[in-house]
Design a protein around this ligand. Structure first.
Ligand code: C2E
Ligand code: MG
Ligand code: MG
Ligand code: MG
Length: 285
C-alpha cells in the first residue's frame, strides 16, 4: 500500500511546488510591469477609522489593490510578501506614497481633513531614502506631516528590534505618528515595547472579529488596552464587524475602531461620498 501512496504524494508535491513557483514568477514580472506603466493596474482603497472619543471619522488607512490584466485580482497579503523577497517593495511603497499624497491633496481641496495611514514593511524603514521621499512629496503639495502616519507590523519589528527602534525614531523626529500593526500576534516583549518610538497599538483583527461572542478575546483586548494605557499609547481596533463589539470597545476606552461594520475599504471617490454622507451619523447610539 505504502509503495503505491508515496510516489503519488511526491508527484502531488512536485506539481504543487511548480505551480507556486510559476505563480511567484508571474507575480514578479507582472508587478514590475504594473509599477512601470502609466495607467497602472495598481490602486488604493481607503478604510476609515472612527474616533470613539469624538464620534468623528478623522483617519483612514490606505490599502493597496492590484487588478492584474493577466492574473486577475491579487490580494496584497500575497504580492506584498513576494515584492519584499524580490526586492520590489521599496518601489511599491513609493508608488503608494505618491498616490496617497495626491489623494490627500484632493481631499484638502474639498475640505476633507482625513489623515491617512500607510503600511510599511521592514525593508522600507531601513531604506534611508524613503523618509526623504515622503517629506519631499509632502513639501511639493505644501502639506504637513500630520496628513500621514505609518503602520508597521509587529512581526517586522520583532525580527530586528534594535534596528527598528533607530529607524522608527527618524520617522517620529520628522513628525509622523507610528502604529504597531497586527499587535498581539508577534510575541511582543515588554522590554522593547517600552523603548519603541511608536504612538499607537493596532489590535490584530483576529481578536476583534468575534469580540462580542468570545470571552477569551475580550480578556486579550482589555489586557492590550491596559498595557497601552500604562505605556501612554493610543489603541486602534481593526476588524470591527458588529455594533455590539463597537460598544464594548467604546466602553473600554479604545480610541479608534475600524472594520466592515463602519465601512469597507473603498476607492477615493467612494470614500469621499461615504465621509460626506456620514458626517452627521451618531455612532454612539
Ligand atoms: P493590515 O494592514 O493589517 O490591514 C487590515 C486588513 O484587514 C485589510 O486587508 C482590510 O481590508 C481587512 N479588514 C478591515 N476591516 C475588516 C473587517 O471588519 N473584517 C475583515 N475580515 N477584514 C477586515 P487587505 O486590504 O487585504 O490587506 C491585507 C494586508 O496587506 C494588510 O494588513 C497589510 O499588511 C498588507 N498591505 C495592504 N496594503 C499595503 C501597502 O500599501 N503596503 C504594504 N507594505 N502592505 C500592505
Ligand atoms: Mg495596517
Ligand atoms: Mg492589521
Ligand atoms: Mg496585516
Amino acid at each position: 500500500d505504502e509503495a503505491r501512496v508515496t510516489p503519488d504524494l511526491i508527484v502531488t508535491y512536485a506539481e504543487e511546488f511548480e505551480k507556486n513557483y510559476i505563480r511567484r514568477l508571474a507575480i514578479i514580472s507582472e508587478l514590475k510591469k504594473a509599477l512601470a506603466s502609466k495607467h497602472s493596474e495598481l490602486s488604493i482603497s481607503y478604510q476609515p477609522k472612527l474616533n470613539l472619543h469624538t464620534n468623528q471619522v478623522d483617519h483612514a488607512e490606505a490599502l493597496i489593490r492590484w487588478n492584474s490584466e493577466r492574473l486577475g485580482f491579487v490580494p496584497p497579503d500575497e504580492f506584498i510578501a513576494i515584492a519584499e523577497q524580490a526586492g520590489l517593495i521599496n518601489q511599491v511603497t513609493e508608488w503608494v506614497i505618491n498616490a496617497v499624497v495626491d489623494d490627500v491633496a484632493i481631499m484638502r481641496e474639498q475640505n476633507i481633513p482625513l489623515s491617512v495611514a500607510i503600511n510599511l514593511s521592514a525593508k522600507d524603514i531601513v531604506d534611508p531614502h524613503l523618509l526623504t521621499y515622503v517629506t519631499d512629496k509632502l513639501k511639493e503639495f505644501n502639506l504637513a506631516a500630520d496628513c500621514l502616519s505609518f503602520e508597521i507590523t509587529e512581526s517586522d519589528i520583532v525580527s530586528e528590534p534594535t534596528k527598528a527602534i533607530v529607524e522608527l525614531q527618524r520617522f517620529r523626529d520628522a513628525g509622523f505618528s507610528l502604529a504597531i500593526d497586527d499587535f498581539g500576534t508577534g510575541y511582543s516583549s515588554l522590554t522593547y515595547l517600552k523603548s519603541l518610538p511608536v504612538t499607537e497599538l493596532k489590535i490584530d483583527k483576529s481578536f476583534v472579529l468575534k469580540l462580542n461572542e468570545q470571552n477569551s478575546d475580550q480578556q486579550i483586548v482589555q489586557t492590550i488596552l491596559q498595557l497601552a494605557k500604562s505605556f501612554n499609547l493610543s489603541v486602534v481596533a481593526e476588524g470591527v464587524e458588529d455594533n455590539a463589539s463597537l460598544t464594548l470597545l467604546r466602553d473600554w476606552g479604545c480610541k479608534w475602531a475600524q472594520g466592515y461594520y463602519i465601512c469597507k475599504p473603498a476607492p477615493l471617490v467612494q470614500l469621499i461620498n461615504w465621509y460626506t454622507d456620514n458626517l452627521a451619523t451618531d455612532w454612539m447610539k
